[in-house]
Structures are given as C-alpha cells and as structure tokens.
Design a protein around this ligand. Structure first.
Ligand SMILES: N[C@H](CCC[C@H](N)C(=O)O)C(=O)O
Length: 283
C-alpha cells in the first residue's frame, strides 16, 4: 500500500456518520483543509465527524479519542461517535475488552459493548456554569433569553457534555425553525466557542423528539451529546424523568441521568457501513 494512502472505516450511529481512522497502526497527519476535502459529500468520502484512535496519555486508560467536525474544527466530545469508536476498536482487534476507558479532550468516557449489539456509554457528568459551557452570562440560570440578530428571542438551557449545547423547547420538531435559528444560535456571540443548537419537543415525561443543528456540521440525523444535553435540560426544568427515550430523525437513543454530578448514560447502536482507502494529507 502506498504510504500516501490511509485505510478507513465508514460508520454511523443513527445516521450521524463518521470516518474512523486507526492512528495507532497508521501515521496520520490531520489538517483542516484535508478534513474538509475528505468530509465533502461530493468531492470526498463525506462525514459529519472524523474519529481518530490514538494511544492514551495515561496507561490506566485504553485509548485516546479525537473528534473533528467536517468543517475542519477539532472538538471535545461526540456521543454517537463514542459508540462507533468502541465498536471499531473491538472489531479491529485493538482491544480484547468490551468495556473501555477512553480519553477525550474533556475527560474520560466509558463505552461498553452490550450482548444485544447496542453500546452504552458513560458520558460523564454534565456541566452548567456559564464558564464551563462557555456561555457569556452574568448569573448561572436554568433558562436564559437569547436575543437573535433577527430581533427574535429564544429561551435556551445551556449544558456542557464536554462540548457546548443550547437547548430550546418547541411544540413540534417538524415545524421548529432549525434551518433559520440553528445557525444564528450556533454562531451567537454569547458562545465564544460556538454551540450545538438542540430543538426538543416533549412527547411525555419519558420521551422527546429532538433535532440538533450541530456546531461545525449543520443539522445531523442524530446527535448523541445533543440527546444527553436535551434530556439533562428537560430534567432540570422538571419536564422529564429519567430514563428518557430520544427520537432523532435517524433513530432512537435511551438517555439516563440521576441528577447533580451523576454521569449521563447513553445507549444506542453503532454500525459499520464499509471499509476503504483514502489519500493521506500532504505533510
Ligand atoms: N458537532 C459537535 C461534535 C459532534 C457531536 C455529535 N455528532 C454527537 O453525536 O455527540 C460539536 O462541535 O461539539
């Protein structure tokens, strides 16, 4: 194999799709331009995020997990990707464990492969302080009013799952202003690192419909950390009770959270679609 090509695996979790690369047995150079080229739906392979497997920094952990959006940005966390990451390292024989300790840019997550083919991930505890999101606010609230450049206001809850989320409650996700308000919230000046914008419809105390306009990727068919953030926001507002079934456009996730500093547990599928080769970034 020419050294200027890389083997990759295409995977998806509820239609949120990924290019997964073994960065332990391959020497991989990542640049924003290369990410955008490979991530392009027409000129490249196409992905919402690229997931990179690396050796951990600390020997008590199993892997390091790096995540890149298709716009070329590196980010702290990806929930659907975490399930696919776990499936990948097991299927590739990079581990003989089924429960893993995986380092991310913001803490250690614990995916576990179930006998039923689903993957459950301890996503860690949510964070709410404005400086932890980060979100510019003078006080720490459950709800904030966000003034959009169009003159409209949206009421949001802010949650960090390692990556930032702004969740707004809507009456019907199908008619929610995802395309119009999504980009305005994503790039709002009160979010210095931008934000993932979630639109949540409460079906019952234990079921929601959810659409997410993702930071650096636009609307995806599902967002794992977005589902975690929406359920946490709904429980904090007294609208939901754990566990919650989350209906994304691409399928269903189960999210559990017992409040306070407890971890958020996410369960859902992880599917391998195909294997391939792609051009390595020029040094
Ligand atoms: N767009 C997100 C990263 C991917 C999250 C999503 N795909 C998930 O499953 O959590 C961000 O910039 O924070």
């Amino acid at each position: 194999m020419a050294t200027n090509t890389l083997s990759f695996t295409k995977m998806q979790g509820l239609g949120n799709d990924f290019v997964v690369l073994d960065g332990i047995n391959q020497q991989i150079t990542i640049t924003p331009e290369w990410l955008r080229q490979i991530g392009d739906r027409r000129f490249g392979v196409g992905f919402d995020q690229l997931l990179l497997v690396e050796k951990p920094d600390h020997p008590e952990h199993d892997f390091k997990y790096r995540i890149f959006n298709c716009d070329g940005s590196e980010v702290e966390q990806c929930g659907n990707g975490a399930r696919c990451f776990a499936r990948f390292v097991v299927d590739k024989g990079l581990t003989n464990k089924s429960r893993l300790l995986v380092e991310t840019a913001k803490g250690v997550i614990e995916p576990e492969l179930g006998a039923d083919g689903l993957v459950t991930v301890n996503m860690g505890a949510p964070r709410f302080l404005p400086e932890e999101i980060p979100f510019i606010a003078s006080t720490n609230e459950v709800l904030y009013e966000l003034a959009l450049s169009t003159g409209e206001n949206v009421t949001i809850s802010t949650v960090s799952m390692g990556n930032p989320h702004a969740v707004t409650v809507v009456t019907d996700v199908e008619t929610a202003p995802v395309e119009s308000f999504g980009p305005l919230i994503e790039k709002h000046e009160r979010f210095p690192e931008k934000v993932n914008a979630g639109f949540m419809q409460v079906v019952s105390r234990q079921e929601i419909n959810l659409r997410v306009f993702e930071r650096g990727a636009g609307e995806t068919l599902a967002c794992g950390t977005g589902a975690c953030a929406a359920v946490v926001a709904g429980i904090r507002q007294g609208l939901l009770a754990s566990p919650v079934l989350v209906n994304a456009r691409g399928g269903q996730l189960s999210i559990a959270w017992n409040g306070d500093n407890q971890p958020v547990m996410m369960t859902g599928p992880a599917v391998t679609v195909f294997e391939g080769m792609l051009p390595a970034a020029s040094k």
